[in-house]
Design a protein around this ligand. Structure first.
Ligand code: BGC
Length: 989
C-alpha cells in the first residue's frame, strides 16, 4: 500500500496554485527522498498508566525550566523577542551555567526520588479497556459511515488522523494528518472560547465569564452559533472551546474568565448552549479542560520548574457533583471533542488517567466523540492510548515543538508490535471520523477539501499576518503560498456579530450598587428632578487608564498579555486579535449631549498633584479600574497567570478612593466601573457615601464602550447577575481557595479538601457574609415573585435511577496487525524537519509479543450503573417535578429578571439503606430563567416562570454505590428568588 499512499493534504492549504507556484514546488519536494527521523528513543513498554511513575518514558533533556516560555505563539509580524536575551560577562555566564546545571541535577535527582516513591498507579484506580464509541443511537449513522471509511484505511492512514503534525507545521494551532486517498481532510483545530484566535476579520466576543453573567440561555446559544459560523467560514473544523474547567475553586485562578462562573449548574448550561450553537453550524466543539485544572501555577511539567505537573487531588463525590458536572452536560449536548488537561488528577496525568477517560468520560458519561490532549499534556505513549486518549495535540512529544511525537511513528510501531491493540487504534480513529460525520463535515459543498483537491481548509495563518507566507512555518521547508485570504466572517447588517457581542456585554454587566438611583444617566446631564437652579453645563469627568484605548492598539501585546488601556479580554490562548475595541471614554463622550454637558477625561491611574483640581470641577465622576489574568505561559505586571490577589490592579483602589473623595470637592457623585476576570474585593471604596454606583462590566470584548453606555444610560436595563460570590476579604473564600504558588513537593499536591463547598456553598456552610452573593445584581426596575407551585411528576420516588439501558453495538473491524512493511514511507518521500508523519523507519525492531498491559486490562471493568447514554443514564434526566411562579415587574421601566431556583436536600439526612449521614450544601442552584416583564403597570407586567427538576438535580453521588442517589424518605426544600440569598418563595417537595 505504501507506494501509492499520499500525504498530500498535509501540504495543502492554498488558493489554486499555479503549476509553477511555490506551493506546487513544495509538493513535489515532499516526494523526494530524505532520511528517516530517528525513532530510537521510543520504548513501547513505556506505559506508566499515566501516573507519576515515569518508568522508561523519555525525559525531556536539557529543556528550558520555563518550557513554554518559549511558546512560539505570536504571529511572525508581532514577534518581539519572546525569550529575553541578556549579554552577561563571561564570569556571569559561567556562574549562570553552573547554577542551571546544579538546578537540573537537583531536579533530576528529584525525579528519581519521585520514581522511587510514587505508587505504581498513582492514587487513581485503573479502568480498562477503553469503551468503544458507537453505542449511542444518536450517533448510529455517523458511526456506520465512519466505520465504512475506516475499514478502508491502512495503518499509517489511521495513525495520521490521530496525531497532530506538530506545532506550527500547518496553519492552525492544531492540525491532524489527512487521508487524501479517501477524501478525509487534515482537520484544523483552533482556539478558542471567545473567538477565533490568530485570525483576522473575526469577532472578539465577550469572554465566558461575561456570558455566564448574562444568565441568558438564548444569548449563550447565539454566541456559540456566531462563533461556529465564523469558524466554518475560516475553515476551522474544531473549535477549542468552550472552557468549563477551571470552574473557579480558586477565585484568583488565571483562566477562570474563559469559563462561565463558579457553579457547576450555571457552567453546565452555558457550556451546553455554546456547544449546541457551535455544532449547529457544523463545527466540532471541544469541552475543555478535563479536569481539575484549577490554577496556572505548576499546571504542566517543567513550565514552572518542577519536573511534573501539579496533582489536583479530588474525591469521587466532588468530582461528580462539581468538576465533571459541566462536562456531563456537554456530552449530553453531543459535544464532538473533549480536551484532557495538563495537570494530574490524584497523581495520574489527566491525559493518561484511565479512570477519568475510560471510566468516567467514555463509560459513565457515554462520550461518543474523541479525546484530544491539551497542547503537550500527553505525557506517555502507550499508556495514554490505553487510558483512552484519541488524539495527540499538537503532535509533538514531551517538549515544545520537538517533532518527537509520543504517537505518530511511535503509535504505528506500538500497534505493529501489539503494545497498543489494533482495536484501540480503530476506536480512536473511528471516534474522530464519526465526530466529523456527526456535524456534517462530509458535505463537500460546505466543506470543500483543502488544495490541491479543492479550495477548502483554513484560509488564515496562525503564524503571519502577510498574504503570502510559509506553508510549514515550524519546519525547515521554505515553501510559501497564499496563507491569509482575509475573509471577513463578522456578518453584516442585522447579522453583524458585533450586535450579539454588544448585547452580551451589556447583559453581562452587573450593577451592584445604585444609590439614589444615580443610574441611569441622562444624556442631557442633569436629570429633571435635579435641574432647578442649575445654570451651568453638567460637568462629567472620566478617570482611569481602563477607560481608554491602548495607544499602541488593542493587539499590541502578544495574546493580549499586558494590561494597558481598557481591559476587554484576559490573556493567553483564549484571547483573539480584536478587529476593533470601543473604548469606554469615547463611547461615553459621544453619548452625552455636548450642548448641555461638559466632559473631561484623565484616562490614567495616577493623578499628578497639580492636576487634582480636575476632580474638583465635576458634578459626576466616572472612574475605571480593572483586574487581569491569563494563561500561565505568560506574565504581565507581575501576574503570572493566576492573580496575586483579588484587588484591582495598577493602583485602581487608590485611584477610586481619590476620585470619590475629591469629585466636585466633596459634592460630586462617583460611579465606579470595573473590568475584571472574576471577583474583585471592593471593600476599599464600596461603602463610601460619594460612591453612588458600582458597575462590574467583566470582560466585554470588542463592543466594550458601546455596551457600557447602553447600561449607563438605561437603553439596556441591567440584568446581569454575579456568576460568583464577591467576598469582603480574600480569606472568606476559605483556606483552600488560595493558589499554590510555591511547590510543596516535586509533584506539587493540591488537595481539594473543601470538597463540594466552593463559592456560595462555602459561604453558606460556614455562615460567612459576602459583600455580594452569587446570583446578585440590580435593575432599574423592581420585581416581585409570587404563586409558587410545585408539581411532582413521579408519584413513586426511587432511590436509584432505572437500570442502565441496553446500548447499540459499536462497529466491528478486522483487527489483524498488518505487515510492518506497509508502514514504511513511500520511496522517495521527503520529510520536513520536525513534521510528524506516521511512518516507521525500519521494520527490524517490530516484534509482536506479550506486552505487559496494565494488570486489570484483561478483566473488563464493570460498567457504571450511572451510564448508558450521552450524559449518563437517561433516567437521570427524567423530570421529577415542575415548578412555576409568577414574576411581576412592579417598577417604572421594562426589564429582565433572572429568576433562580435553588434546592436544599433534606436536613440531617442519613442514607436510607446504610444509615450513614450524608452532608449537603445549604442550597444548590438547579434552575434559572431570564424573564422579560414590562414596567409602569403595562399589560404585560407579569410573566410565568417555569422550571423542571430532573432526578440528577435532586441526587447526590454515592461513591460506595457508584451511582446517583435521590433521597426518597424526606422532603426537599425548593426556593425561588433573585439571588442565592434573596429567595422569597419557599416550598417543600
Ligand atoms: C491551552 C489550551 C489551548 C491550547 C492550544 C494550551 O496551552 O491550555 O486551552 O486550547 O493551548 O492553543
Amino acid at each position: 500500500m505504501a507506494e501509492s499512499y499520499e500525504l498530500r493534504g498535509k501540504y495543502s492549504k492554498l488558493d489554486d496554485p499555479e503549476p509553477d507556484s511555490p506551493f506546487h514546488r513544495s509538493l513535489e519536494d515532499a516526494y523526494q527522498s530524505s532520511s528517516e527521523e530517528d525513532l530510537d528513543e521510543f520504548d513501547p513498554l513505556n506505559y506508566d498508566a499515566g501516573t507519576l511513575k515515569r518508568k522508561k518514558t523519555r525525559r525531556p533533556r536539557g529543556e528550558s525550566l520555563h518550557g513554554k516560555d518559549t511558546y512560539p505563539s505570536e504571529k511572525t509580524s508581532q514577534k518581539t523577542g519572546w525569550r529575553r536575551c541578556c549579554v552577561p560577562t563571561r564570569l556571569c555566564c559561567g556562574l549562570i551555567l553552573l547554577f542551571v546545571a546544579a538546578v537540573v541535577l537537583l531536579l533530576s535527582a528529584g525525579g528519581i526520588w519521585a520514581w522511587k516513591t510514587a505508587p505504581v498507579d498513582g492514587q487513581s484506580p485503573s479502568w480498562y479497556p477503553t469503551p468503544k464509541g458507537g453505542i449511542d443511537a444518536a450517533w448510529e449513522e455517523s458511526y456506520k459511515k465512519a466505520a465504512a471509511l475506516v475499514r478502508q484505511m491502512t495503518l499509517v492512514e489511521k495513525v495520521n488522523i490521530t496525531t497532530g503534525t506538530g506545532w506550527s507545521m500547518q496553519l492552525c494551532v492544531g492540525n491532524t494528518g489527512p487521508v487524501a486517498r479517501l477524501s478525509f481532510p487534515s482537520l484544523c483545530l483552533q482556539d478558542g472560547p471567545l473567538g477565533i484566535r490568530f485570525a483576522d476579520n473575526i469577532t472578539a466576543f465577550p469572554a465566558g465569564i461575561t456570558v455566564g453573567a448574562t444568565w441568558n440561555k438564548e444569548l449563550m446559544y447565539q454566541r456559540g452559533k456566531a462563533h461556529g459560523l465564523e469558524a466554518k467560514l475560516k475553515g476551522v473544523n474544531v473549535i477549542l472551546g468552550p472552557a468549563m474547567g477551571p470552574i473557579g475553586k480558586m477565585p484568583a485562578g488565571g483562566r477562570n474568565w474563559e469559563g462561565f462562573g463558579s457553579d457547576p449548574y450555571l457552567q453546565g448550561i452555558a457550556a451546553a448552549q455554546t456547544i449546541k450553537g457551535i455544532q449547529d453550524e457544523g463545527v466540532m466543539a471541544t469541552a475543555k479542560h478535563f479536569i481539575g485544572n484549577e490554577q496556572e501555577h505548576f499546571r504542566q511539567s517543567w513550565e514552572w520548574g518542577t519536573p511534573n505537573a501539579i496533582s489536583s487531588n479530588i474525591d469521587d463525590r466532588t468530582l461528580h457533583e462539581l468538576y465533571a458536572w459541566p462536562f456531563a452536560e456537554s456530552v449530553r449536548a453531543g459535544v464532538a471533542s473533549v480536551m484532557c488537561s495538563y495537570n494530574q488528577v490524584n497523581n495520574s496525568y489527566a491525559c493518561g488517567n484511565s479512570k477519568l477517560l475510560n471510566g468516567i468520560l467514555k463509560d459513565e458519561l457515554g462520550f461518543q466523540g474523541f479525546v484530544q490532549s491539551d497542547w503537550l499534556a500527553q505525557r506517555s505513549g502507550v499508556a495514554s492510548a490505553l487510558a483512552g486518549l484519541d488524539m495527540s495535540m499538537p503532535g509533538d512529544g514531551l517538549r515544545w515543538a520537538d517533532g518527537k511525537s509520543l504517537w505518530g511513528p511511535q503509535l504505528t510501531k506500538a500497534v505493529l508490535n501489539s503494545s497498543v491493540p489494533m482495536d484501540r487504534l480503530n476506536d480512536m480513529v473511528t471516534r474522530i471520523v464519526a465526530a466529523w460525520y456527526q456535524v456534517g463535515q462530509d458535505d463537500k459543498e460546505t466543506w470543500p477539501m483543502p488544495p490541491p483537491e479543492g479550495d477548502g481548509g483554513p484560509n488564515f495563518s496562525s503564524w503571519t499576518n502577510e498574504r503570502i507566507g510559509l506553508l510549514h512555518h515550524g519546519s525547515d521547508d521554505k515553501a510559501t503560498g497564499v496563507v491569509n485570504k482575509f475573509i471577513n466572517v463578522q456578518g453584516e447588517g442585522d447579522d453583524f456579530h458585533g450586535n450579539i457581542a454588544r448585547k452580551i456585554a451589556a447583559e453581562g454587566t452587573v450593577l451592584v450598587k445604585n444609590d439614589d438611583n444615580i443610574l441611569p444617566l441622562d444624556r442631557n446631564g442633569w436629570k429633571d428632578s435635579e435641574k432647578e437652579g442649575k445654570e451651568m453645563k453638567y460637568r462629567v469627568g472620566i478617570f482611569g487608564e481602563d477607560a481608554r484605548s491602548n495607544q499602541n492598539g488593542p493587539n499590541s501585546c502578544k495574546d493580549r498579555g499586558c494590561n494597558v488601556g481598557t481591559l476587554a479580554s484576559g490573556w493567553g490562548s483564549g484571547a483573539v486579535e480584536f478587529p476593533y475595541l470601543i473604548a469606554p471614554v469615547d463611547a461615553i463622550r459621544n453619548a452625552f449631549n455636548e450642548d448641555s454637558t461638559y466632559v473631561t477625561d484623565w484616562p490614567a491611574n495616577k493623578l499628578p498633584t497639580e492636576q487634582e483640581g480636575i476632580l474638583y470641577d465635576q458634578d459626576l465622576c466616572i472612574v475605571f479600574a480593572n483586574s487581569d489574568s491569563g494563561e500561565g505561559y505568560m506574565q504581565s505586571d507581575g501576574v503570572r497567570g493566576d492573580r496575586n490577589n483579588l484587588f484591582t490592579q495598577k493602583g485602581g483602589d487608590y485611584l477610586i478612593k481619590k476620585v470619590a473623595d475629591s469629585c466636585g470637592n466633596g459634592t460630586g457623585s462617583t460611579i465606579v466601573v470595573i473590568h475584571a476576570v472574576g471577583p474583585v474585593i471592593l471593600e476599599d471604596f464600596v461603602d463610601l457615601p460619594t460612591v453612588k454606583a458600582v458597575v462590574l462590566a467583566h470582560l466585554p470584548g470588542q463592543e466594550s464602550g458601546n455596551a457600557l453606555v447602553d447600561v449607563l444610560f438605561g437603553d439596556v436595563n441591567p440584568s446581569g447577575r454575579l456568576p460568583y460570590t464577591i467576598a469582603k476579604k480574600e480569606e472568606d473564600y476559605g483556606p483552600t481557595s488560595k493558589i499554590l504558588t510555591y511547590p510543596n513537593g516535586l509533584i506539587p499536591q493540591q488537595n481539594f479538601t473543601e470538597g463540594i463547598y466552593i463559592d456560595y456553598r462555602y459561604f453558606d456552610k460556614y455562615n460567612v457574609t459576602p459583600r455580594y452573593e452569587f446570583g446578585y445584581g440590580l435593575s432599574y426596575t423592581t420585581f416581585h415573585l409570587s404563586s409558587l407551585l410545585i408539581n411532582p411528576k413521579s408519584f413513586r420516588k426511587t432511590l436509584l435511577p432505572a437500570p442502565r439501558p441496553q446500548t447499540i453495538d459499536p462497529p466491528s473491524f478486522d483487527n489483524t496487525i498488518p505487515d510492518p512493511k506497509t508502514a514504511l514511507a513511500p520511496n522517495g518521500f521527503r520529510k520536513l524537519s520536525k513534521y510528524i508523519y506516521p511512518y516507521i523507519s525500519s521494520t527490524s525492531d517490530i516484534k509482536v509479543g506479550k506486552y505487559p498491559y496494565p494488570p486489570s486490562y484483561d478483566t473488563p471493568a464493570e460498567l457504571s450503573p450511572a451510564g448508558g447514554a450521552q450524559g449518563g443514564n437517561p433516567d437521570l434526566y427524567s423530570i421529577q417535578a415542575v415548578i412555576t411562579a409568577t414574576l411581576t415587574n412592579t417598577g417604572p421601566v421594562d426589564g429582565d429578571s433572572v429568576v433562580q431556583l435553588y434546592i436544599s436536600y433534606p436536613e440531617n439526612y442519613v442514607d436510607e439503606e446504610t444509615g450513614e449521614p450524608v452532608d449537603f450544601p445549604v442550597k444548590v442552584l438547579r434552575g434559572f430563567q431570564k424573564v422579560h416583564a414590562q414596567g409602569g403597570n403595562a399589560r404585560n407586567h407579569r410573566a410565568e416562570v417555569r422550571f423542571e427538576l430532573t432526578r440528577k438535580d435532586l441526587s447526590y453521588w454515592c461513591s460506595r454505590r457508584g451511582n446517583w442517589v435521590m433521597p426518597t424518605t424526606e422532603q426537599f426544600t425548593i426556593r425561588v428568588g433573585f439571588s442565592s440569598r434573596d429567595l422569597p418563595l419557599v416550598g417543600k417537595f
